[in-house]
Design a protein. Structure first.
Length: 422
């Protein structure tokens, strides 16, 4: 009996030692991520992480929903400064310059070594790589990426005597159609001017033939005559043409306004597509944004970044997680579940996404619009530059300033901030 007890005790000690050793070999990753369009998208992320852990039992992932994009950046950098850094995060695609300047991230170009990994790095849509590529290196990998698209109420089009399969192709048509759609109970159009007004403005500027900044992140072109005209047009939609409410339009409630029939058309992120599809009680359509001199939209959304304060083991584990989350199969799953763009051609060649696009053609609009896309406004001092432009746009839309005067002031302020980078 005594020998049996000793033997059992020995087995117990050995088992505990084995479990302790196994756990010690596990790599633990903390990942912050944002959701900016609302909805239960955290469940999709959690399910993907759970599946990754099943396939990679040597890695534990603590995926933390951090709020919106600004929250994700703030919390990630706060943890870094507090000495409890995350290993990776999904943050704004436009955060690249700030993160480089703070020496917070490591480039994927410095991690990727094999030909297979280099092939993976080149597998994403080029337009989605622009915001994460600078100084000759790739610093970020696309994940929840978007373009701005036009949603429109087909039933409202029919009621107004309009062809529900012919959304406006250009600015003039948007005004003409918008006037026919505007009633006592319904606006013809709403473009959000809180949350991310600079993003919407980037679309208008591109449509009028201009980009808001250079590719090095050191200069802005806010006072360019075509940019000034673009802001003037935005203001005219409410003040002159009366197809849109005056003042500011809330980003966070716009989808509800569209779904409740308060507006017949809206500009918003493709990240809202699945929610609109599931919640709309009317027939709706999705279209590329209308053109002035050309079609145009900035890309948007979040990229994966790996923090510099990581061990080689943590970087290897982070790469495995990012490759998993951005695989064609998971990119397809994410696109179907959210409306965000599948980030590679391979994603659209998966049987699941191919079938989904065939059954629901609006799912391909944002992808097809990449042909006319440009990088989202991103510079050094991004947060401050962006705030200057946001405040300028809102001052003009609320009749506090005129477009030319306001944008000239904004350009002067931005140039001061960027002076040392030129």
């Amino acid at each position: 009996m005594f020998r049996f007890v000793k033997r059992a005790a020995l087995v117990s000690v050995l088992a505990a030692s084995f479990l302790s050793s196994a756990n010690a070999q596990k790599t633990e990753l903390t990942m912050y991520y944002p959701i900016s369009v609302g909805g239960p998208l955290t469940k999709i992320v959690d399910s993907m992480v759970e599946e990754f852990e099943k396939q990679n039992p040597d890695i534990d992932v603590n995926a933390i929903y951090a709020g919106n994009y600004n929250d994700a950046r703030i919390k990630s950098l706060a943890a870094l400064k507090a000495g409890q850094p995350a290993q990776l995060a999904v943050m704004f695609s436009i955060d690249t310059y700030d993160l480089i300047e703070q020496d917070a991230i490591i480039s994927f170009s410095d991690i990727v070594k094999s030909d297979k990994d280099k092939e993976w790095l080149n597998s994403f849509y080029p337009a989605l790589m622009e915001n994460g590529t600078t100084l000759g290196k790739v610093w970020a990998i696309p994940f929840q990426r978007s373009t701005i698209i036009m949603y429109y109420n087909k039933d409202a089009f029919k009621k107004a005597g309009l062809d529900p399969n012919k959304p406006p192709k250009d600015w003039d048509e948007m005004v003409t159609i918008g006037k026919k759609l505007t009633t006592n109970d319904q606006w013809g159009l709403m473009i959000p001017s809180t949350g991310y007004p600079y993003w919407m403005f980037g679309a208008l500027a591109k449509q009028n033939g201009e980009i808001l900044m250079n590719s090095e992140g050191t200069k802005t072109y806010f006072d360019n005559p075509n940019v000034v005209k673009a802001l003037g047009y935005w203001k005219d939609l409410s003040n002159k043409y009366n197809i849109m409410p005056k003042g500011t339009i809330e980003w966070g409630t716009l989808r509800k306004n569209f779904l409740s029939g308060k507006t017949a058309m809206m500009w918003h992120s493709t990240g809202n597509l699945t929610a609109v599809k599931n919640e709309a009680t009317f027939d709706f359509g999705v279209a590329m944004l209308p053109a002035s001199k050309m079609r145009g939209t900035p890309t948007g959304g979040g990229n994966f970044y790996i923090f510099k304060k990581t061990t080689p083991q943590e970087r290897e584990a982070s790469m495995r997680l990012i490759k998993f989350m951005t695989s064609p199969e998971n990119s397809a799953k994410w696109s179907i579940g959210t409306g965000y763009i599948g980030i590679s051609k391979a994603a659209y060649n998966t049987p699941e996404l191919k079938k989904y696009v065939e059954e629901f053609p609006p799912a391909k609009v944002a992808r097809d619009q990449l042909e006319f896309a440009t990088a989202e406004l991103s510079t050094y001092q991004t947060g401050r530059v962006r705030k200057i432009l946001d405040d300028t746009i809102q001052a003009v839309l609320t009749d506090k300033k005129e477009p030319k005067e306001a944008l000239e002031e904004a350009q002067k302020e931005a140039s001061k901030l960027l002076k040392n980078y030129n």
